[in-house]
Design a binder for this molecule. Structure first.
Ligand SMILES: Nc1ncnc2c1ncn2[C@@H]1O[C@H](COP(=O)(O)OP(=O)(O)OP(=O)(O)O)[C@@H](O)[C@H]1O
Ligand SMILES: [Mg+2]
Length: 308
């Protein structure tokens, strides 16, 4: 089972990913919960330091924080190592500079993250019964999930170009009398392997994965959730149950008191951490806070706080 937990920033994706994963592990499913958000907080929620390699945080529950940056750096180091043997020493520094820049480019980082995720999806059914993916906020998640569909035709194009070039090389070799059997083109083989892998991932994502959108019962998250559901549907992804988090319980009279106690503690700690700064408190308001009229109340409070 593969589940993605998505939604707007701060709605509770990480908390619910961890809780959902725990619920599956308690049913004795071997469960991996993995965070793909560059601003990882899964480790904070689980109270453990996490990295790329899954660690067992509860019997049968494993967790990891994977990073496109780290994966891209590893991949580029490999290419640089190959280049050290293949490229003349005087051009090597330029090649290395180019590779370092490539490692940091957003496209490389995203596709490296997808690559790592593809590895983990490949382990579902063997090493894991259940994979829960704590995703980055909506836009990033939609992009990551639609990347295999975008990459496949692009790799196809590269492979076609390469096949044409290889054909020309063979023709030339034939004309100069070199008819020895050609090695199958290793680059073309790699491109085809990559295309097949992306195609496989796309199929797994569209047939085996469900996306749970988390939303809090407020206007802006609602609008974003409706848009996200449309984009995911367009990309052929299937939605699972929508998780509405932080619904105010109508009949828990002690709740507010307990939240206020917690809040007082956090406010005290904030003021201790930022002693030189003014810490401005803005209250929870009842309105939807959309439109200039509704924002006026907050504008007044910010005015009074004098931010300089
Ligand atoms: N049902 C809940 N009741 C009370 N607090 C909650 C609930 N769900 C989440 N929270 C709290 O809300 C905050 C945000 O949760 P969380 O970090 O899981 O959100 P997120 O969607 O992963 O955020 P981000 O977009 O930054 O990754 C946390 O402090 C978390 O403890
Ligand atoms: Mg999170």
């Amino acid at each position: 089972m593969i589940r993605f937990i998505g939604g707007k920033g701060g709605v509770g994706k990480t908390t619910l990913s961890a809780a959902f994963a725990l619920s599956r592990a308690r049913r004795r499913e071997r469960t991996l919960v993995v965070s793909t958000d560059p601003a990882h907080s899964l480790g904070d929620v689980l109270g453990r330091t996490l990295g790329d390699d899954p660690v067992e945080v509860w019997p049968g529950l494993w967790a990891a924080e994977i990073s496109g940056e780290a994966q891209a750096r590893r991949r580029v180091e490999q290419v640089a190592e190959d280049a050290r043997h293949a490229v003349p020493a005087d051009v090597l520094p330029a090649v290395e500079r180019h590779l370092a820049r490539a490692a940091e480019s957003p496209g490389t980082v995203e596709s490296a993250l997808l690559d790592r995720l593809t590895d983990l999806v490949g382990q579902v059914g063997h090493r894991w019964d259940t994979l829960v993916v704590d995703s980055a906020p909506t836009g990033h998640m939609v992009r990551l999930l639609t990347l295999p569909a975008l990459l496949t035709p692009w790799i196809e194009g590269l492979a076609r170009q390469r096949a044409r070039a290889a054909g020309t090389e063979r023709l030339v070799a034939g004309m100069i009398g070199d008819t020895a059997e050609q090695e199958p083109d290793p680059l073309l083989r790699r491109l085809h392997a990559r295309r097949d892998r992306m195609e496989w991932m796309r199929t797994r994502l569209t047939t085996d994965a469900l996306v749970h959108l988390v939303v809090v019962p407020e206007r802006l998250p609602l609008a974003e959730t409706i848009r996200a559901a449309e984009s995911l549907g367009d990309a052929g992804l299937r939605l699972g149950a929508v998780l509405v988090n932080r619904v105010l319980p109508p009949d828990d009279p002690g709740l507010l008191g307990r939240r206020i106690e917690q809040q007082t503690e956090v406010l005290r700690e904030l003021e201790r951490h930022f002693p030189g700064e003014t810490v401005v408190r803005l209250p929870l308001l009842a309105g939807a806070l959309t439109g200039v009229g509704e924002l006026a109340a907050l504008a007044d409070l910010l005015d009074a706080a004098d931010l300089g």
